[in-house]
Design a protein. Structure first.
Length: 572
C-alpha cells in the first residue's frame, strides 16, 4: 500500500494495479482509493491512452458500480481524453454506508482536486453522464471546483425538488425499487431491479393492504433506512437543498453546459428545472439544450426508432455521442462548436421531420391559447370561450377502493393508443382544429376548485385526439395541491371552500405538429395507484396515512372558469 500526502488530503491507493488493454491502447488503473477530509473512502478507476501526455480529463460520477463501466470509459479515452470513473461514496471499494445523493457535492470536489494533481492530467476536467450521473454534475456545481470547465448532463434527476424520489412532493413506489438496485451491495443489483414481476407484486400487496406508504419497504421484505429518511423529508428542506444548487447559487455557474433530455424522459422535469433555474438566476448562462422524442435511455444516447407505439421521425435519430465528443473538443481543444447546436434550444417537432432552434425558453411562453374547462349541458368541453363561473364539473373518487390494482399495474403507457383510461378522471375535449399548427412548450393554467378534504394529489395530462380516433400522449404533470402556493411548505385547503390553484411550475415540454381535424384533450384525475403514495386528504403527513383515513369518498368540483393554457407557435 502506498500513501501520498498532498495538501490537507490523505490519498490512499489500495490494491492498485495497472493493466494494458489487449490491444495495448489503454492503461487502466483500477481499484484506486482516496480518503476525503471527513475520512470517507472513495473508489475510482482511471483509463488513459498508452504514452499519453498530460491531457484533459472526463469525469464520470456513478452510483451504478459495475466492472463493465471501464468499457464505457474507453470511448472517451479513444477520443483523446483521460477518463476517470468515480463511484458514489459507499460503492465498489468504498467502506462507507451507501447514502444516495447526500455526498456528491463534496466528494466530486475532492475527486477533481485529486485528478488535477496526477501526471496524466493537464488540470482541466469535464463531466458527463445521465440520470443519477446527470444529477451528480449539478451537485458538482454547488461547490464548483475551478478545474471543472464544463458539464454535459443528460436526463438529470432533480433530487428532492422536482422528480425523484418524489414528483412535486408525491413519493413514488419506484423509489424503493431503485434503492434496492443501488444499496443491495457494493455493485449494482440489476437482477433485482429488472424483476418487474416481483416489484409489481410488492406494489400490489401494499396497495391492497391499505397500509401507510411508510410500510412499503417492510412489505418488500427488506426495510431500508434511506427510504425512511427520504419520506421523513416531504418538504424541500435543508436535507434536499444541500444536494444541488438552490436559487441564487445558479448565478455562480458560469461554465458552459450542454443538457440533453426527451419529451418522454422520466426525468424531463429535473433536466428542465436545472435549465430554467440556470437562466433565471444567470441571464448570461452559456447553456445549450437538446430535446426530442426520447425516453430516459434515449436521452442518454440509446435512441430507439419506435417508442411505445410511436415511430419517431427519421431526423430524430441523431448521434448524440458524436455531439458530446464534439462539445468536449469545442471546450477543451478550441475546435468548432458542433454544427447541430444552431441555438441555445434545439428541439424536434414531432410529425414534421424537422429540428428547430430558438434562443430562449421564454419564446414558448409568448403565445399560449387559453382553453376553459367547462361542463356545458353535461358535456365536458375545452373551449376558448369562458363559461358560467358557477357551473362545475364533478369528480368523485373512493380512496378506499382497491379493486383496480391489476388494471392499474397492467396499463401499458403507450404514446399512441386507441383508448383513454377513464377511471378517477375527467376528460375535456376541444373542437376539431381547422388547420395544422405546432404545439411547443409546457402547458400551464389555473384550476378553480373545491373539495371535501384538506388536500389532494392531482395529475393533468394533455393528449391529441387524432382524426382517425387514436390518441397521442403529449405531456403530463402531477401536483400535491397543498404545495401549489408555496413549493417549500405545505398549506392545507379548507374543505368545501373554493380555491384558485395555479399550474405554473410545470417543467415538462413537448413539441408536435397538431394536425387539421385533431382535438386537444385535457385529462384531470386523482393520483390513486399502486405506483404512488396515496394522499387521503386528512392533513396528516401523507406517508403516515392509511386506508382508515379514507372515510367518505373524495369529491372535487372544478368550476367553469378553470382553464389550461396551451403553447402554440401559430394561432389556432
Amino acid at each position: 500500500m502506498k500513501k501520498i500526502i498532498l495538501l490537507n488530503f490523505l490519498f490512499v491507493f489500495s490494491h492498485v494495479f495497472a493493466q494494458k488493454d489487449v490491444k495495448d491502447q489503454f492503461i487502466i488503473y483500477d481499484s484506486i482509493k482516496i480518503t476525503t477530509k471527513d475520512n470517507a473512502t472513495l473508489s475510482l478507476s482511471v483509463v488513459i491512452n498508452k504514452n499519453q501526455k498530460p491531457e484533459n480529463t472526463i469525469l464520470i460520477n456513478t452510483i451504478y458500480s459495475d466492472v463493465k463501466n471501464i468499457e464505457g470509459a474507453k470511448y472517451f479515452t479513444k477520443n483523446g481524453y483521460a477518463t476517470v470513473i468515480l463511484n458514489t461514496r459507499g460503492k465498489f471499494l468504498s467502506t462507507n454506508e451507501i447514502e444516495p445523493f447526500e455526498h456528491e457535492a463534496n466528494d466530486i470536489y475532492e475527486a477533481i482536486d485529486w485528478i488535477i494533481k496526477q501526471p496524466w492530467s493537464n488540470g482541466n476536467v469535464g463531466m458527463i453522464g445521465g440520470s443519477y450521473l446527470g444529477f451528480s454534475q449539478w451537485a458538482a456545481t454547488k461547490k464548483l471546483h475551478p478545474a471543472l470547465k464544463t458539464i454535459v448532463p443528460q436526463a438529470s434527476v432533480g433530487a428532492g425538488i422536482i422528480d425523484f424520489p418524489m414528483n412535486n412532493h408525491i413519493f413514488m413506489a419506484y423509489s424503493l425499487r431503485w434503492l434496492h438496485q443501488v444499496t443491495n451491495g457494493k455493485m449494482t443489483d440489476y437482477r433485482d431491479f429488472n424483476d418487474t414481476k416481483k416489484w409489481n407484486s410488492v406494489y400490489k400487496k401494499w396497495y391492497e393492504s391499505g397500509k401507510s406508504f411508510r410500510k412499503l419497504d417492510s412489505i418488500s421484505g427488506k426495510p431500508n433506512a434511506v427510504f425512511q429518511r427520504w419520506i421523513d423529508h416531504p418538504n424541500y428542506d435543508e436535507y434536499w437543498k444541500k444536494m444541488i444548487p438552490y436559487q441564487n447559487e445558479f448565478s455562480k455557474i458560469n461554465i458552459p453546459v450542454l443538457t440533453t433530455t426527451g419529451y418522454f424522459d422520466a426525468n424531463i422535469s429535473g433536466a428542465l428545472y436545472y435549465f430554467r433555474q440556470h437562466y433565471k438566476y444567470n441571464a448570461n448562462a452559456d447553456h445549450y439544450l437538446i430535446i426530442g422524442p426520447y425516453d430516459h435511455s434515449g436521452a442518454q444516447g440509446d435512441i430507439k426508432n419506435s417508442l411505445r407505439n410511436y415511430t419517431i421521425d427519421p431526423v430524430s435519430k441523431i448521434d448524440l455521442y458524436k455531439i458530446w465528443i464534439g462539445w468536449f473538443d469545442y471546450i477543451f481543444k478550441h475546435k468548432q462548436k458542433p454544427d447541430f447546436l444552431k441555438d441555445k434550444i434545439n428541439y424536434q417537432v414531432m410529425g414534421t421531420n424537422q429540428w428547430r432552434n430558438v434562443n430562449s425558453i421564454d419564446a414558448f411562453e409568448k403565445n399560449k391559447v387559453k382553453f376553459y374547462l367547462k361542463n356545458e349541458n353535461s358535456a365536458l368541453i375545452a373551449s376558448k370561450i369562458k363559461g358560467n363561473d358557477e357551473n362545475f364539473s364533478s369528480l368523485k373518487v373512493d380512496l378506499s377502493d382497491r379493486s383496480d390494482a391489476d388494471e392499474l399495474l397492467n396499463q401499458k403507457g403507450n404514446i399512441i393508443d386507441s383508448t383513454f383510461y377513464t377511471k378517477n378522471n375527467l376528460l375535456f375535449y376541444s373542437d376539431a382544429f381547422k388547420n395544422d399548427f405546432e404545439l411547443s412548450g409546457s402547458f400551464s393554467g389555473n384550476l378553480t376548485m373545491s373539495l371535501n378534504k384538506k388536500d389532494v394529489d392531482l395529475y393533468i395530462s394533455l393528449y391529441e385526439l387524432m382524426p382517425d380516433g387514436r390518441r397521442f400522449f403529449l405531456s403530463s404533470y402531477v401536483k400535491r395541491i397543498s404545495y401549489a402556493k408555496n413549493t417549500e411548505s405545505r398549506n392545507l385547503l379548507t374543505p368545501n371552500k373554493k380555491e384558485s390553484i395555479r399550474v405554473s411550475d410545470n417543467n415538462t415540454f413537448v413539441s408536435k405538429k397538431i394536425n387539421k381535424g385533431s382535438k386537444i384533450v385535457v385529462m384531470i384525475g386523482v393520483v390513486k395507484s399502486p405506483f404512488w403514495e396515496i394522499n387521503y386528504g386528512t392533513g396528516k403527513k401523507v406517508s403516515d396515512e392509511n386506508i382508515s383515513d379514507a372515510k367518505e369518498p373524495l369529491e372535487i368540483k372544478f368550476y367553469n372558469n378553470s382553464y389550461m393554457e396551451i403553447p402554440v407557435v401559430e394561432n389556432l
